[in-house]
Design a protein around this ligand. Sequence first.
Ligand SMILES: NC(=O)c1ccc[n+]([C@@H]2O[C@H](COP(=O)([O-])OP(=O)(O)OC[C@H]3O[C@@H](n4cnc5c(N)ncnc54)[C@H](O)[C@@H]3O)[C@@H](O)[C@H]2O)c1
Length: 443
Amino acid sequence: MSDSNLGKATSPAPATGKLAIFTPGLGAVATTFIAGVERVRRGLSVPIGSLSQMATIRLGKRTDGRSPLIKDFVSLAKLDDIVFGAWDPIPDNAYESAVNAGVLEKSDIEPIAEFLKGIKPMPAVFESRYVTRITRATNVKTGKNKRDLAEQIRADIRNVMQSSGATRGVMVWTGSTETFISPGPQHQTIEAFEKAMEENDDSIAPSMLYAYAAIMEGIPYCNGAPNLSADFPALLDLAIEKGVPVSGKDFKTGQTWMKTIIAPGLKARMLGLEGWYSTNILGNRDGEVLDDPASFKTKEASKLSVLHTILQPEVYPELYKDFSHVVRINYYPPRGDNKEGWDNIDIKGWLGYPMQIKINFLCRDSILAAPMVLDLALFSDFAMRAGMKGIQEWLSFYYKAPQTAPGLQPEHDLFIQQTKLKNTLRHLMGEEQITHLGLEYYQ
Ligand SMILES: NC(=O)c1ccc[n+]([C@@H]2O[C@H](COP(=O)([O-])OP(=O)(O)OC[C@H]3O[C@@H](n4cnc5c(N)ncnc54)[C@H](O)[C@@H]3O)[C@@H](O)[C@H]2O)c1
């Protein structure tokens, strides 16, 4: 971790001026996020699900009665100051894409239709070999090589900043899940990475070019998908060098969010686990992309890591050794964005007696993800102003597979993640950490 991340940052600069939020990918999540922000700023909706807009933070002792809203405690960009920039290989504007995604009702979209029609995707850096199931990819950049394409994204960023008058920017990857790529020698140093871009190396996926462009332009990068994207030494070193916060990977929305609530509860009570079977059906474009085994492999790796890290079978072999963990995603078009997940959890209690928990979660993927895009953008912008750079572990709260320093186990327990997030805000603002010891009330 860099020095500036360890020490208390000097009071973060206030959020004055406009903030440009860039989304590579203008699909279900991005349009639900953009439409939501616009509805909230017109007073038509409430930003439910967003910590940055709705949560409070306790400061000092419980008897002090200080619990301001987070957005009043730290200087976050105001929703009115947000402007949007997006790229997508599909040429639909945000209105067409939102209608097509089928997440929001027509009655929620129509009052803001003109606004959404004004958000047109810039031509994307896209290659179907990394996302095989996208058809209609006509809005695509061409260039001399991958480095040239990355330079074109940088130019887009500068143009949006200039034309909108934005003083700061943040990028959140809301594009499709790319095929699985393991980091290789091309990803170890920035020199090797830049050379690989020039040589059009296959190991350089489009999302890496967006991440590189963002970092080079000095804007934080957040990765909502499980793609490798910015999770390797070359780009992480670059982020430190440029003073840019990065975080990822893969929004923690439906089943995995549930896992990181239930599993810590089982472990807290020292109850054992024999197996956890998760399956779900969804019918949106994301589901279609994940129907391709290569994209699913990326997602599966991200989903499987959670239970093992929380339950620590190596520390508690009698409880968790060799538990079975199966994750299935099935593309089922009639369901659209309204995913249905089933979890069967085989647990064991006192004297080894078996019990079962069944969860049937009828969720809406993009409704859960949209407020995370907002929070990640606002908190990453705040982190940048607070002098934070490189991996932002305190934003693990939002991710299925949190990026951490090399050799460090990620923290998956949702409530530890929440404490970490709030304590980081307290720390950056010079407030005392809350330890929950509480002995002072009994002396
Ligand atoms: N909704 C959730 O709960 C959730 C949770 C975790 C992760 N995610 C991830 O978020 C991402 C977005 O999900 P979604 O439901 O909006 O999917 P979507 O298919 O509706 O939208 C993704 C968009 O990205 C575009 N795209 C693909 N490659 C691109 C590129 N190289 N540059 C720019 N755009 C590109 C596609 O054309 C598409 O319009 C997916 O990777 C998904 O796995 C979603």
